[in-house]
Design a binder for this molecule. Structure first.
Ligand code: G6P
Length: 608
């Protein structure tokens, strides 16, 4: 969502803030701003639009200094205008705040502050917080921040500077991530390590409810009761190259092409080919606990929810444990049946999605053991789960998730394999699946090698206004994911359906203008989906068919064919998803859309 960066040190702060904000721009990108302490004076520059607009504003009216904070915004309260962009100043202009999250009681606070004479120039909840900190100030910025936060309900990651104490930055987190970066004589505050990776890989993650105070001489952490907190410095495992485009036109394309490597990284050291099982070091579940599980709940949002649907089929098939997949936003507000024999699998690329985190906490509260399938190391879900499987896919910057999806499905396969082999999955079947996993990276590469053919198909459909994606069995979730990719980045309306369900409604939409993508690898339901392809053809629909071998029965039924390698049924959605990612990408590029920063979306949704 929004991004925060702060700096205190000997260098000119402005290029550091701008560089950091550019790295964070993938998270939110509707407006941006900085506040800099310039010879003791607090100066802000803000602009609606991309960071380039802020750079232009700074070019026209420069500021310099050695201490400052910056923000890139994804609007919640108030439209993305200059005046709603962060940082926000207190009424007396002495305090500047940048904020991720939502202050839920801001309306009440605003009324109370207005009665005390505060005046507001934006529609934001953040400005209310700045005024509240001013109101609480009695000589110490960190004390004022703590006092103000005690009055606040909601979620926040904040950075605060003040002209009254021009040698200090105060940060705080509650429901929105924040970390301190440490380097020789310089200290950083950021919502995401990528913002400061150009300067340091040494970071200290704040936990919920903690406050950081940065000065030029060092930093300290404390809790909301002002008790000091000790936390060791961790070193980020990836480097700058991992968050750069590396010659590709977009992060999304780079991440699609990384999948042979990222899937191999998810598998690395975890496959036991001979025994037909997997070794997962972070589960934190004893053999007895694994055997006790009598129900699995998978909870997630967006693309991660789609991988969860595939996980359901795998776990039920291999381990014979009943599985439910729930949208995290729904799960958290209903009265689900959870016992201490429930395993709750929480899937999240970012490890920060607010609904997913809340669903995990709710499952835990009800006695379930929680297992996080998370990509971002050190993220909140990874820190709060009982056990986990890291995806090791590396930073995913493109807003449309691609490499995280394939790694999630692979991680779920490893888990299902383990659960299955502990129960009644035969060693022979286990070996077959393990070998199929082992073969995946090379198979993905063969699909990527044929990308130009997919680009040509994209050219034929770039002006379409609707798309249907149809699949059955393991490929129904992949159809949902294919449709989501297209709508997210090209803004073409697309829907995924179980292929046979088409007859119960969507078939009314079929005419010669409607492209229909069929996911039809040679699997257990192939013969069934052929009938569905015929139904579309009979009504003049255009067909793009993903197949895995020569199928005489499809002769004359395909306007376009995309070939993927053969694999076991349960892994076919991983392979089928790769051409769908490419199709969505090329269509969006041909329509002139910004695929890395699609309108209205955010990479990590840290609000409800
Ligand atoms: C946002 C992103 C999606 C992502 C979803 C869940 O909506 O735009 O790409 O699938 O959040 O994110 P998570 O980080 O929890 O997997």
């Amino acid at each position: 969502m929004c991004g925060i960066v702060g700096y205190i040190g000997p260098k000119n702060v402005v290029p550091i803030l701008i560089g950091g904000l550019k790295r964070l721009e993938y998270r939110g990108y509707d407006s941006a701003g900085v506040a800099v302490l310039d010879r003791g004076e607090l100066r802000t520059r803000r602009a609606a639009g991309k960071i380039a607009m802020l750079e232009a504003a700074l070019g026209a009216d420069p500021v310099v200094g050695h201490i400052g904070i910056g923000h890139t915004r994804w609007a919640t309260h108030g439209p993305p205008t200059d005046r709603n962009a962060h940082p926000h100043l207190s009424t007396d202009g002495t305090i500047a705040v940048v904020h991720n999250g939502i202050i839920e009681n801001y309306g009440t606070l605003k009324t109370q502050l207005a009665a005390k004479g505060h005046r507001f120039s934006s529609d934001t909840d953040t400005e209310v917080l700045a005024c509240l900190i001013q109101e609480c100030y009695e000589g110490s910025l960190e004390d004022a921040v703590v006092a103000a936060l005690r009055l606040v309900e909601g979620t926040y990651g904040i950075a605060v500077v003040s002209s009254r104490e021009p040698q200090k930055i105060v940060g705080a987190r509650q429901g929105s991530p924040l970390l301190v970066g440490v380097s020789d004589g310089q200290y950083f505050l950021a919502s995401d390590a990528s913002a400061i990776l150009a300067h340091t890989r040494d970071v200290v993650y704040l936990s919920e409810g903690e406050i950081a105070v940065l000065t030029s001489g060092g930093y300290r952490l404390m809790d909301i009761d002002a008790a000091p907190v000790r936390r060791s410095v961790e070193t980020i495992a990836w480097d700058l190259e991992a968050i750069e485009r590396g010659g590709y036109d977009h992060f999304m394309l780079k991440e699609i092409f990384e999948q042979p490597t990222t899937v191999a990284n998810t598998l690395r050291g975890r496959l036991r080919l001979e025994e037909g099982t997997s070794k997962l070091g972070g589960l934190n579940l004893s053999h007895e606990q694994l055997m006790e599980i009598d129900q699995v709940i998978i909870t997630a949002c967006g693309t991660s929810w789609h991988s969860g649907l595939i996980g359901e089929l795998m776990i039920e098939d291999m381990a014979r444990i009943p599985v439910e997949v729930e949208y995290a936003s729904e799960f958290r507000y209903r009265n689900p049946i959870v016992t201490d024999r429930t395993l709750c699998i929480v899937i999240s690329q970012s490890g920060e999605t607010a609904d997913t985190l809340a669903a995990m906490r709710e499952a835990k509260r009800r006695g379930a053991r929680t297992l996080g399938l998370v990509n971002v190391v050190g993220s909140t879900i990874a820190r709060e789960d009982d056990g986990g499987i890291y995806l090791h896919a590396g930073p995913e910057i493109g807003v449309a998730s691609t490499k995280a999806f394939s790694s999630q499905v692979v991680a779920l396969t490893l888990l299902a394999l383990k659960l299955g082999r502990k129960r009644n999955l035969s060693v022979a079947r286990g070996r077959e699946i393990a070998q199929a996993l082992d073969a995946l990276p090379a198979q993905i590469q063969t699909i990527l090698d044929a990308a130009p053919a997919i680009e040509a198909i994209a050219a034929a459909y770039q002006d379409a206004t609707n798309f249907l994606y149809l699949g059955r069995g393991y490929n129904f979730p992949a159809a949902l994911e294919g449709a989501l990719k297209l709508k997210e980045i090209s803004y073409i309306h697309a829907e995924g359906y179980p292929a046979a369900e088409m007859k119960h409604g969507p078939i009314a939409l079929i005419d010669e203008k409607m492209p229909v993508v069929f996911l039809a690898p040679h699997d257990a339901v192939f013969d069934k989906i052929v009938s569905n392809i015929q139904e579309v053809r009979a009504r003049g629909g255009r067909t793009i068919v993903i197949t895995s071998r020569d199928e005489p029965v499809l002769a004359g039924l395909m306007d376009h064919e995309i070939r993927i390698p053969e694999t076991v049924d349960l892994l076919s959605p991983v392979l089928a998803s790769i051409p769908l990612q490419l199709l969505a990408y090329y269509i969006a590029v041909k329509r002139g859309a910004n695929v890395d920063q699609p309108r209205n979306l955010a990479k990590s949704v840290t609000v409800e």
